[in-house]
Design a protein around this ligand. Structure first.
Ligand code: NDP
Ligand code: 2IT
Length: 446
């Protein structure tokens, strides 16, 4: 078996050199899925995984725009349309200086499995640009978004490819992108998700990823007769996913000790209350500031510059910032300090070494493609509401989100249950694979 897996990885690597993040995501899936393919004759010999790792289409384009000093700036925009076997391409847009093809291919590849797990009809895609919104004025961001969409609009559509937000792309950017799409096409359609509620957005979409992570974490704990109530939780990041993960932790009676950004972390010994969390939201969403500013209002909080939160003693860790932010060494520190549960809010935040350490130590470990699927799931619900020209209440969407997270948990149990433990990584990879593979088999060699 090892020989087959290594042969496969070698072949994929030869075609995708210098794409470490993409190879990392592919390797993990191959290790879980190839043994399953070998055992299941209908998939064997069809080269399905080899077809899945090859994007259906990769778009790369120039984004030229003029900054506030009237200087011409040039960025590179992308859309990776990875797989459309079970629905139109669906996945977010990321604006961050470290965006490159490897990062977007890993994200688009993971999105195939995540979207399949939601049970909704969505294929996998991802896009973005190496544009850094930090320190840019609203009008600069608007001009950038307009230039980006002036190329992207010809490749997307409500039945073809439906982008959404991700790092650096929130409601402000979705608004500017949507405005430009509508202007160019002269059509008001559900071509993007994460829209404002007055123009086609779904209630609960802003909250969905963070809430979903906590719903999934609670499912894992309840499966063991435990719960998140009264547990000490540490969260990395302080963006969209982190904020609403923190909010749901407070709703369920957990203690959130920490939040962070790329400049360091804030530690609240007694935990954040709602007022303190809304101050974080104000700093990050309205002032677009740095997390250290929190100390001005709450001087008793500890700020550690350039540190990651994994050194704080906790029961549960929710990495909600970015890829590879939690290494093997961090995992060792967490486990040594008594952390017994990890729910990934970000995409691929744990390195392979960290995941191995968690699995070896029987930590309840939820991989992002299962635990952060609530965001894209509610995007799928937004698409359904747009098609119906109708909107569901907060309660209705939240109930659907909870049910989807619970169903994803069940799928992970179905394919990931081992003797005395659940391997959620294996469960998510195989469960996500099956539906897409079946559709690909039915649709022939295309
Ligand atoms: P935001 O842009 O709202 O927030 C990102 C947060 O992560 C910020 O606190 C940011 O800090 C921090 N961060 C980003 N890059 C780095 C880095 N290189 N090193 C350290 N910290 C970093 O993004 P989201 O909350 O939307 O996304 C967070 C994660 O969740 C990503 O992995 C994303 O792919 C994933 N995700 C998002 C979904 C969504 O619906 N938005 C759905 C599913 C997954 P700073 O401000 O200093 O940059
Ligand atoms: O990684 C993700 O799932 C997202 N950024 C959300 C994608 C979406 O289409 O809502």
């Amino acid at each position: 078996m090892e020989k087959i897996i290594n042969g496969f990885i070698k072949e994929v690597n030869s075609r995708n050199q210098n794409e470490p993040e993409f190879m990392q995501a592919v390797t993990e899936v191959a290790e879980n899925v190839i043994p399953y393919i070998v055992q299941n004759k209908i998939y064997y010999g069809q080269n399905i995984l080899l077809r899945m790792v090859e994007p259906e289409r990769v778009l790369s384009f120039r984004v030229a725009w003029i900054d506030d000093n009237e200087e011409i700036q040039v960025n590179r925009g992308y859309r990776v349309e990875m797989n459309s076997a079970i629905g139109p391409y669906k996945g977010g847009l990321r604006f961050h200086p470290n965006v490159n093809l490897s990062v977007l291919k890993f994200l688009a590849f993971e999105q195939i499995f995540k979207n399949s797990l939601t049970t909704l009809p969505m294929g996998g895609g991802k896009g973005g640009a190496d544009f850094d919104p930090k320190g840019r004025s609203d009008t600069e961001v608007m001009r950038f978004c307009q230039s980006f969409m002036t190329e992207l609009f010809r490749h997307i559509g409500p039945n073809r490819d439906i982008p959404a937000g991700d790092i650096g792309v929130g409601s402000r950017e979705i608004g500017y992108l949507f405005g430009q799409y509508k202007r160019l096409k002269n059509e008001f359609t559900g071509v993007l998700t994460g829209k404002g509620t007055s123009w086609g957005g779904s209630l609960i979409r802003p909250e969905a990823t963070g809430y979903g992570v906590v719903y999934f974490t609670e499912e894992m704990l309840q499966n063991q007769g435990n719960s998140i109530k009264d547990k000490k939780v540490i969260i990395s990041g302080s963006g969209n996913v982190a904020q609403f993960a923190a909010e749901k932790c407070l709703d369920l009676g957990a203690k959130v000790l920490c939040m962070s950004d790329s400049s360091g972390y804030i530690y609240e010994k007694e935990g954040f209350n709602r007022e303190k969390l809304s101050h974080i939201m104000e700093i990050k969403n309205i002032k677009r500031g740095r997390i250290q500013e929190y100390q001005k209002k709450y001087p008793k909080a500890i700020f550690k510059a350039n540190k990651k939160p994994w050194e704080i003693v906790c029961d549960i860790a929710l990495p909600c910032a970015t890829q590879n932010e939690l290494t093997g060494n961090d995992a060792k520190v967490l486990v040594k300090n008594g952390c017994f549960c990890v729910g990934e809010g970000a995409n691929m935040p744990s390195t392979p070494g960290a995941i191995k350490h968690f699995l070896d130590n029987k930590i309840f470990f939820a991989p992002g493609k299962a635990s952060n699927a609530g965001g894209v799931a509610v995007s799928g619900l937004e698409m359904a509401q747009n098609s119906l020209r109708y909107s569901w209440s907060r309660k209705e969407v939240d109930e659907k989100l909870k049910k989807i997270m619970s169903d994803i948990h069940k799928s992970c149990l179905e394919f990931g249950s081992e003797k005395e433990h659940v391997n959620y990584v294996k469960g998510a990879n195989i469960a996500g694979f099956v539906k897409v593979a079946e559709a690909m088999l039915a649709q022939g060699v295309v």
